[in-house]
Design a protein around this ligand. Structure first.
Ligand code: F6P
Length: 741
C-alpha cells in the first residue's frame, strides 16, 4: 500500500494543480462564447421587431411601443428592452430596464468585448442596434439579456470539469496501482526465483539470456539432471522405486548376474593405525571413500587400495586382504603396498603436485618430474597386478577411481581384454589448453581410453575431455553419442554426478539437533546463543579456506553487530603435508585466522575457531547439526560432498548452505546461496543473508536440497554406472554370438 501511495499522492497533486489552472480558463471561454451568442440573438430579435418598432414609434404612442416590447419580453432570456431616441431624453423601456444604462452613453456598448454589465440584477449583456426610418437614424434599440444562466452553466461546467478530473485521477491511479502491484509481484517473484535458482532451469535464448552468463554450464547440467530424473521415473517399474542398497543388489543379481566387482582406489576406506600401542580403525577424510563405501557394503566384491595405515600390514591375511567394516564384514579390502619412494613419486609427486593442480584451476603451478612419472607408472602397474590377481573371471567389472590411475585402465585392458572397465575421474577435467601443458598428455589420454566407460561429475567436464582428446589424439570423437573411438575400441564418456548415502547412517543423526548445538557451543566456550558457521575440508588450497576467512572478516567489518555474536568453526583435516605447497598453505591459514581473531575477538569469543585435526564422521555430523550456516567455498571442485552431507545432516530442515559456483554440487543444489568465492564482498553478504534468513525460507530451501539428494544418492551414482556396464556387456555378448553363429 505504501508503494501505491507513492504513485497516487503525486498524481493527485498534479491533477489538482491542472484542474485549478483549467477551470478559470474554461469559465472565461464559455462566457465569451455565450456573449457572442447573445449578440447574434439580439441582432436577430432587433431585425425581427424593427418594422413593428418603427411603426409604433411613428404612431407616437409610447404605450404601443411598450406593448411591442412586452410581447417580445416573453422570451425568458430577454431581461429588458428599451428605445433611446436620437433626439435624446429618457428611454422608452420596460420596467426591468437597468438604471445603469443611460441613453447618453450607449456608445460604450458598441465594442463587442465590452457588452457585459454588472448590475444589481447580476451580469447582463447589453446590445445596441440602430433603428432607421426613411434613411436616417431615429434612435437605438437597447436589448438587455440576462446572463445569469451563463453563470449557472459556468458553475455547472466547473463542477463537471472538477468531477472529470477526479474521475480521471481515480482511473489513472487505479491503473497505475494495478500495474505497479503486478510488476512488483513479478519482480519479487523473479528475485525469489533468482535466489532459489529457478532461473537456472529456464533454457537461455537470445531474447531471454541467463542473468549471469558464467553460470550457463550450471544451468545446462541442472536441466540435464532433471531430464534424467524424469526419464528415470517414466522408465522405472514398481520394484525399483528408490535408489537404495537393495536396488543396487537387484542390479547385481538381475542385470549383472552376480558378476565379479572390483574397485580400485588409492585411498582405502578403513585404515588400521597404531596409537598408544593399540590398533585403531580410522575412516579417512575423503569424498571418494564417503561415496564408495556404502556402495561396496551393498555390492560386496573387493576394494583394492593402498595400505597406508601404520598397522595395516598387521591386520591383513596372507593374501593382503581384510574384511570390513570391522565387526560387520560385507566386503574385502585388498591392500597394495608401496615403498616410500613409490608413494613419494606416484602419490605426492605425479598425482598431487602434477595432476591435482593441473586439473584444479586454483592458480597453483603444476610440477612435472620424470622421476615422479616413473613411480606413477610403477604404482599403476602394481595395482594392475592386484586387479589381475583378484579377478575371479576373465571379464570382471572393474571400477577404477580417480587421477591416481590414469594409466591403469589401459594396463588392465591389456591383461584382461574382456573386462568392463569403468573409470571415474573425481576431480574436474580442464580445457585442452590447460591440460595440454602436461608433458605426458598423450600417454595419460591413451591410458584412460583403455576404459569401457569414463565418467565425470558434470557434462562440462565431459565436454572438456572430448575437446582435449580431439585436440591431442588421433581419435574419432562423436559428440552426439559422447563416444571416443581410439585404436579401434570405443570409450563412452558419461556424466555420473556422485553423491552420498541416503538416508544417512543412523549413528550420524541420532543425537538431537538441540543437543548438538549446546554441546558444540559448550565445548568451544561459546555462548549458548552464539551464531555458528561451519566449514569442513581437507586442508587443501583448492578449498577456498583463505577466501572463506576473508569473507568472515569482511562480514564483521560491514556488519559490526555480528562481532562477538558469530563464530566460524573450520574443521581442516591435515592433508598431503609432505608437499611444500600444502605446508605453506597451512601456515597462511593459521596466520590469517590469528590475525582476524586479534582484530575481532570480543569478550574472549573468537570469530574463527580453526581445528587442524582429523574428525571422524559422527563428529563432523554433530558440527553440521549444530551450525546455522555451512560454507563450501572451493575455488574448484569436481563435486564436493560436504555440501550434500550438510543438507543430509539437517533432518530439522534448518541451516543455510553457502556454495561455490565452481563446485560440481552447485549444478544440483541451486537452493544453496551460490557464490563466487573470489568475490569476498559477495561471500560476506551471503553470510549475512544466511544468518538473517527467515526460518520458513531456510526450511523451503533445505527441503528441496534434501529431496534432490535423497533421489540422486550414491546408490543411483553406482547403479547408473553398473546398469550402463550391464548394457554394454549384453551388447558385447550379442555381437560375439552373432559372430560365432
Ligand atoms: O577429490 C578427489 C579426491 O579423491 C576426493 O575424492 C577425496 O576427497 C580426496 O581427493 C582425497 O584425497 P587424498 O586421498 O589424497 O587424501
Amino acid at each position: 500500500m505504501r508503494l501505491s501511495l507513492r504513485f497516487i499522492v503525486p498524481l493527485a497533486l498534479a491533477l489538482t494543480i491542472i484542474a485549478y489552472a483549467v477551470v478559470p480558463l474554461v469559465d472565461r471561454l464559455t462566457l465569451q462564447w455565450f456573449a457572442r451568442d447573445m449578440d447574434m440573438r439580439s441582432t436577430l430579435i432587433a431585425n425581427a421587431i424593427h418594422d413593428s418598432i418603427q411603426e409604433s414609434l411613428a404612431s407616437g404612442s409610447k404605450a404601443r411601443t411598450l406593448n411591442v416590447f412586452n410581447n417580445i419580453m416573453r422570451d425568458e432570456r430577454l431581461f429588458a428592452l428599451g428605445f433611446c431616441s436620437a433626439k435624446g431624453g429618457a428611454p422608452i423601456a420596460t420596467r426591468t430596464f437597468p438604471p445603469e444604462i443611460g441613453c447618453a452613453d450607449l456608445a460604450r456598448f458598441e465594442d463587442p468585448s465590452n457588452r457585459l454589465l454588472s448590475s444589481g440584477k447580476g451580469t447582463l449583456n447589453v446590445t445596441v442596434v440602430g433603428v432607421d426610418a426613411e434613411g436616417s437614424r431615429i434612435g437605438s434599440l437597447v436589448l438587455v439579456h440576462d446572463m445569469s444562466f451563463v453563470q449557472r452553466r459556468s458553475e455547472e461546467t466547473k463542477r463537471y470539469v472538477l468531477y472529470l478530473f477526479i474521475g480521471l485521477g481515480a482511473v489513472i491511479s487505479l491503473i497505475t496501482v494495478i500495474i505497479a502491484e503486478l510488476s512488483w509481484r513479478g519482480w519479487m517473484k523473479g528475485v525469489r526465483a533468482l535466489l532459489r535458482g529457478e532461473w537456472l532451469l529456464r533454457p537461455s535464448t537470445a531474447d531471454n539470456p541467463l542473468p549471469m552468463p558464467e553460470l550457463r554450464p550450471i544451468a545446462g547440467d541442472l536441466r540435464t539432471l532433471i531430464r534424467d530424473m524424469e526419464a528415470e521415473y517414466r522408465a522405472r517399474d514398481d520394484s525399483q522405486v528408490t535408489w537404495s542398497p537393495e536396488a543396487l543388489r537387484a542390479i547385481l543379481r538381475n542385470d549383472l548376474r552376480g558378476d565379479d566387482i572390483l574397485v580400485v582406489s588409492n585411498r582405502e576406506p578403513y585404515m588400521h593405525v597404531r596409537r598408544d600401542g593399540r590398533v585403531e580403525v580410522s575412516r579417512p577424510a575423503s569424498g571418494l571413500v564417503t561415496a564408495l563405501e556404502p556402495v561396496m557394503r551393498a555390492c560386496s566384491g573387493t576394494w583394492i587400495a593402498h595400505g597406508s595405515g601404520s598397522a595395516d600390514r598387521e591386520t591383513v591375511d596372507a593374501n593382503d586382504r581384510v574384511a570390513v567394516p570391522p565387526g560387520k564384514p560385507a566386503y574385502n579390502i585388498r591392500r597394495v603396498w608401496l615403498t616410500p619412494e613409490e608413494e613419494a613419486g606416484y602419490y605426492f609427486g605425479f598425482a598431487n603436485e602434477g595432476l591435482w593442480p593441473l586439473c584444479h584451476i586454483a592458480h597453483v603451478r603444476p610440477t612435472f618430474r620424470s622421476d615422479d612419472r616413473k613411480q606413477y607408472i610403477e604404482a599403476n602397474r602394481k595395482f594392475a597386478d592386484a586387479v589381475f590377481q583378484e579377478a575371479k573371471t576373465p571379464d570382471p567389472i572393474v571400477l577404477v577411481q580417480d587421477y591416481h590411475f590414469a594409466l591403469l585402465p589401459r594396463m588392465i585392458r591389456d591383461r584382461l581384454p574382456e573386462a568392463t572397465i569403468i573409470t571415474f575421474w573425481h576431480i574436474p577435467w580442464p580445457n585442452p589448453e590447460a591440460f595440454g601443458i602436461c608433458p605426458w598428455r598423450e600417454e595419460l589420454l591413451d591410458g584412460l581410453l583403455g576404459s569401457s566407460i569414463l565418467g565425470f561429475h558434470t557434462r562440462f567436464h565431459c565436454n572438456n575431455f572430448l575437446d582435449t582428446v580431439d585436440r591431442i589424439l588421433e581419435a574419432r570423437v562423436d559428440r552426439e553419442t559422447f563416444e571416443v573411438t581410439y585404436g579401434g575400441k570405443a570409450t563412452a564418456v558419461k556424466r555420473y554426478p556422485i553423491s552420498i548415502e541416503w538416508p544417512p547412517a543412523d549413528e550420524l543423526i541420532r543425537k538431537p539437533v538441540a543437543e548438538c548445538r549446546a554441546d558444540v557451543r559448550g565445548r568451544n566456550d561459546l555462548p549458548p546463543d552464539q551464531f555458528v558457521g561451519i566449514g569442513v575440508d581437507r586442508l587443501d588450497y583448492t578449498k577456498g579456506i583463505v577466501e572463506r576467512f576473508l569473507a568472515v572478516e569482511r562480514l564483521l567489518e560491514m556488519e559490526p553487530g555480528w562481532v562477538g555474536k558469530f563464530s566460524f568453526i573450520q574443521i581442516a583435516a591435515p592433508s598431503r603435508s609432505a608437499i611444500g605447497e600444502y605446508r605453506d598453505f597451512e601456515v597462511r591459514v593459521r596466520e590469517l585466522a590469528g590475525r582476524i581473531n586479534d582484530r575481532f575477538a570480543k569478550g574472549g569469543v573468537p570469530p574463527i575457531l580453526l581445528k587442524v585435526e582429523h574428525h571422524e564422521p559422527p563428529d563432523v555430523y554433530e558440527h553440521f547439526r549444530a551450525a546455522d550456516v555451512c560454507c563450501v567455498s572451493s575455488l574448484h571442485d569436481g563435486m564436493n560432498l560436504v555440501a550434500k552431507e550438510f543438507a543430509a545432516s539437517r533432518d530439522d530442515d534448518r541451516g543455510v548452505l553457502i556454495l561455490s559456483q565452481f563446485t560440481g554440487a552447485s549444478r544440483e543444489l541451486p537452493e544453496a546461496l551460490i557464490v563466487n568465492p573470489y568475490d569476498i564482498d559477495q561471500c560476506a553478504a551471503a553470510l549475512h543473508m544466511a544468518l538473517t534468513m527467515p526460518v520458513t525460507e531456510q526450511r523451503d530451501r533445505m527441503r528441496i536440497m534434501r529431496g534432490l539428494i535423497s533421489e540422486f544418492n550414491v546408490y543411483r551414482w553406482a547403479g547408473r554406472m553398473l546398469l550402463d556396464a550391464a548394457g554394454m556387456r549384453r551388447r558385447g555378448k550379442l555381437q560375439d554370438d552373432r559372430r560365432a553363429g
